[in-house]
Design a protein around this ligand. Structure first.
Ligand code: GRF
Length: 220
């Protein structure tokens, strides 16, 4: 692993998780180089955030492609041209073709707003509330062909309170996401976290269950 991890970020929207990575880099010395911020949406606010920080951006519009697979190969080809060590999906709202993902095995992570394996896909806050769950959270996982189904690296948890609705729950979870994602990227940048044949490895030992974000640090 190089001293400074080259990361690319792929996002469709506002980019608060990207902003959290940027802040961790600028204020806390997260040892990464942002080589690219890419999006499927030209109007995504994440692009302005990146441009203001002097980070190269790239947009590829899916409407220019007849098929998802062709789009995904083109997208990842272009991202690959920036030679990232790690690709972070931070609010990328498209399902990705499994073949296009293959070359990225172990080099792509995603942040998802649920305690995976619960609530893959959309509307996670709503579904947690509807199920009457007492806790909710966010997960960072390696990306595989299975949607939100790759090996989970770390999770942050919060209690669901009486009176919570989708908006309050999302608002309380987001600051936790902003801590969880940079913490995981820091482990990868330090060369401590990898994906091997036996699953997620931390410090050369298999991770039997996801790391937990507790009192400001990741714990086993
Ligand atoms: C976050 O809730 C993230 O977990 C999910 O999409 C949302 C993106 O938010 N994957 P932002 O664009 O990073 O603000």
């Amino acid at each position: 692993m190089p001293a400074t991890l080259r990361i690319a970020v792929l996002a469709s929207g506002r980019g608060s998780n990207f902003a959290a990575l940027l802040t961790a880099h600028e204020r806390k010395g997260l040892p990464v180089d942002f080589v690219l911020v890419a999006s499927d949406k030209a109007e995504a606010p994440v692009l302005q955030l990146a441009q203001s920080a002097g980070i190269p951006t790239m947009v590829l519009d899916p409407r220019e492609y007849a098929e998802r697979r062709a789009y995904d190969f083109a997208l990842f080809d272009r991202i690959g041209a920036s030679k990232p060590d790690l690709l972070v999906l931070a609010g990328f709202m498209r399902i990705i073709d499994g073949e296009a993902l293959k070359p990225w095995a172990g080099r792509m992570i995603n942040i998802h707003p649920s305690l995976l394996p619960k609530y893959r896909g959309l509307h996670t806050h709503r579904r947690a509330l509807k199920a009457g769950d007492v806790e909710h959270g966010a997960s960072v996982h390696y990306v595989t062909a299975e949607l939100d189904g790759g090996p989970v690296i770390a999770q942050a948890t919060l209690s669901i309170e009486a009176g919570d609705d989708e908006t309050t729950l999302a608002a309380r979870l987001l600051p936790l996401e902003h801590q969880l994602l940079p913490a995981v990227v820091a482990l990868i940048a330090a060369g401590r976290l990898t994906l091997g044949a036996q699953g997620v490895m931390l410090d050369d030992e298999p991770l039997r269950k996801p790391l937990r974000w507790r009192d400001g640090e990741l714990v086993r």
